[in-house]
Design a protein around this ligand. Structure first.
Ligand code: PMM
Length: 307
């Protein structure tokens, strides 16, 4: 997995939410067979990693307890891992991460960047696994009230820098750390666009950056109909692909997406045109082998409970 962190190609993380209430795919993969089947499909479409989550983080969502979260994700992780599919566990709880790693997960994707559970750093350090530190300011119920910044990019950069420092101080190896701006988490649409436009300032921290815009509400607001109602999640794929591709061209290490096939196709086009980068000197990104050949705030009137 360390190789994946150091990958010189854009990593595609496929989203698999085993929850009844996630904003775009909630309820669809709550059944074990359906969840595993979807994970296998995303892998076949070219995902490098399947991100399994058992707790919805949509704004306003209630928390579930650790037992429920573990019971949702563990059987799915076990089956995907047994099939040789690389898995990340999307959790901010150390106990859930520990169980997931024991069940075969390779990466911890922590939307709280280690803030929600003081024991997470120990679990990650002991496992020696990659750790995605996402920018976060509070749980779903509070996050709308926390979307206040002086300069969103400078503030996110500083706060992410502090999470990295805490991880390093806890003994986590620098080469295991991946950062993520946390689009939609205590962010307005304007914040998300500003972060998207100024990714090099976050890349300047010196860590691989994961970009997770997929189907989020600011895309729905951008594409709102004439009556101002946001485009439903099912109609946000082209915008997701566009923003993911721009992030990769700006130097992102990877993208977290629901529609793996479309993203992989777009990245193939990008590669075929010489992997053009928007920013001179951005980290080199070039996939050695084609993915398809076998995987190596809320904006204005967004829909209720969407990110
Ligand atoms: N977004 C969601 C969940 N987990 N993890 C990372 N690292 N980055 C994200 O942007 C992110 C995440 C929310 O989206 P979902 O409900 O579609 O999973």
């Amino acid at each position: 997995m360390t190789d994946l962190v150091r990958a010189r190609f854009p990593v595609v993380m496929g989203v698999l939410n085993v929850t009844p209430d996630s904003f775009s795919d909630g309820g669809r993969y709550a059944d074990l067979r359906a969840a595993v089947g979807h994970g296998v499909r995303l892998r076949a479409e070219g995902a490098d990693l399947i991100d399994v989550g058992g707790e919805s983080t949509r704004p306003g969502a209630d928390r579930v307890d650790a037992e429920t979260e573990t019971a949702r994700v563990l059987p799915v992780i076990r089956e995907l891992a047994a099939a040789g599919i690389p898995v990340s566990i999307d959790t901010s709880r150390a106990r859930v991460a520990e169980a997931a790693l024991a069940g075969g997960a390779d990466v911890v994707n922590d939307v709280s960047g280690g803030l929600a559970d003081p024991d997470m750093a120990r679990v990650v350090r002991d496992a020696g696994c990659p750790w995605v530190l996402m920018h976060w300011r509070g749980h779903s119920r509070q996050m709308r009230d926390l979307a206040h910044y002086t300069d969103v990019v400078a503030d996110v950069r500083a706060e992410l820098g502090r999470r990295v420092d805490a991880a390093l101080a806890a003994g986590v190896a620098a080469e295991k750390i991946i950062i993520d701006p946390g689009l939609g988490f205590a962010k307005t649409a304007a914040h998300n666009w500003e972060l998207s436009a100024r990714l090099p300032e976050l890349l300047d921290l010196g860590f691989p950056l994961l970009f997770g815009a997929s189907r989020k509400s600011y895309l729905g607001s951008l594409l709102a109909g004439p009556d101002g109602s946001p485009r439903p999640t099912s109609g946000r794929e082209a915008a997701t692909i566009a923003t993911s591709l721009l992030a990769v061209a700006a130097g992102a290490w990877g993208v977290r997406v629901h529609d793996v096939r479309g993203t992989v196709d777009a990245l193939a086009v990008w590669r075929a045109t010489g992997s053009p980068r928007l920013v001179p000197g951005a980290p080199a990104v070039d996939r050695a082998a084609p993915a398809a050949a076998g995987p190596a705030g809320r904006a204005g009137a967004a829909e209720e409970g969407e990110r």
